[in-house]
Write a protein that binds this ligand. Sequence first.
Ligand SMILES: [Zn+2]
Ligand SMILES: [Zn+2]
Length: 323
Amino acid sequence: MRSPGREDGWYRGDCHVHSVSSNGGELTPERLADEARAAGLDFLAATEHNNADTHGAWGRCAGDDLLVVPGQEVTTRTGHWLALGLRPGQVVDWRYGVRDEVVGRQLDEVHRGSGLCVVAHPHAPYDSGTFLYPYQGFDVVEVWNGPWSSDLPWQADNEAALAEWGRSLGADIRRQGGWRPAMGNSDAHLSGQIGVPHTVVWAEELSVDAVLAGIRAGRSWIAESAAVELSFTVSAGVQRMGVGGQLESRGGPVVARVGVRGVPSGAVSFHTERGKVHVASLPGAGAGTVEWRTSARESAFLRVEVRHPGGRMAALSNPVTLR
Ligand SMILES: [Zn+2]
Ligand SMILES: [Zn+2]
């Protein structure tokens, strides 16, 4: 029998979640844990605004089937960021802006404890929510925050965050300096919000260290809900690589293969440093496989988006890089 959380595999989690200990938060940790399980999640990160008040409360809500990562949303004067994997009770300072030049010290402190620093909703259209620091020193970018819907103001800022991230990938990969993975989180404050969207991570097991390692390496993709399934592999001859990996193609032809479920009549698109290079439609039942051929000379990386008819995002992947 499969023992939950003890094996390597894909785990679904939402790493930006607020309870009653944050402004605007209406749910207790117990209620959030119930809703996380109902939404098909395996883990969540507790990220209250500038406090660790609920860190102690999550122990009784977590279990073999639900991991809780201690964290914080650090709401500074010129942008918000998520500190994930804090020591229980640890609070990161938030009382500064970009002109104070102290954010680097705060990032170092989180990194010293093996935590992860995530740029939160970089194009949020409200006071102090727009992210005005350089991305240098941050590990991951939250390119998808909350519902991606054409009838909410959020669509414009998610599209802007995604476009900015996509544009930086080519240069970051060429410099060999490493690229910054994308993640998606709900920023839930109210009932019914958790898990929309969430990040699906390949991890050695369901533990804080293993899940954060998977997110840091970009072995992940973002799902609108647990109804959406995505598999993305790239192969050259007998070599095969999944999302977040680097494929050694030795100059030969490369085949990218995407399998999707749960997106009726959706559109699958492939993206490289040349932008959107291929689009294919999914059948009405929402399940299908799409292939596209390229080479390392033509494409330094490949990533995938899956959208509903009308353009709302259903899933998007981190890249596979090609050599
Ligand atoms: Zn925020
Ligand atoms: Zn938030």
